[in-house]
Design a protein. Sequence first.
Length: 169
Amino acid sequence: MRFAYADPPYWGLAAQFYGDPYYDKLEAHRDLLRHLDTYDAWAYSLHVPALPTLVQYLPPGARIGAWVKPFASFKPGVDPAYTWEPVFFRSARKWDPTKLTVRDYHAATIAMERGFPGAKPDSFCYWIFELVGAQPDDEFVDLFPGSGAVTRAWDAWRGQHRLALGTPA
């Protein structure tokens, strides 16, 4: 199976945080979701303000999960605070009764001091891998590698699962 993860600059924040206004365009996110749909499975991170607009571009079979942040950065003048992020996803594999059921939400604090804005914590990454039904021998593509945290988490997750399965890493 081929699966991808996309954590693009959030709609409306690309120029502000990354100096590149391309992903401030709605068409960029629409096209990215279409591209993701060429993979067997995928996940796409976004922020709450974009949800009502971008949900119209979800392909059939896609769902919405939530990353709930018990500790998050609070912005002056923003009340209530944004303490969760939506995650669009499409799984590729059917439910496996021998495994634990994956929840469509995950609670984890934000990643601190990763050296890159928006870097994801390992537990979030592991949840994404489970959410899409990943297996250790699948092909993974991180479309926005940023800090490299998601790819490092993929390598660690694969190693743990291969050990559990008794196959060489």
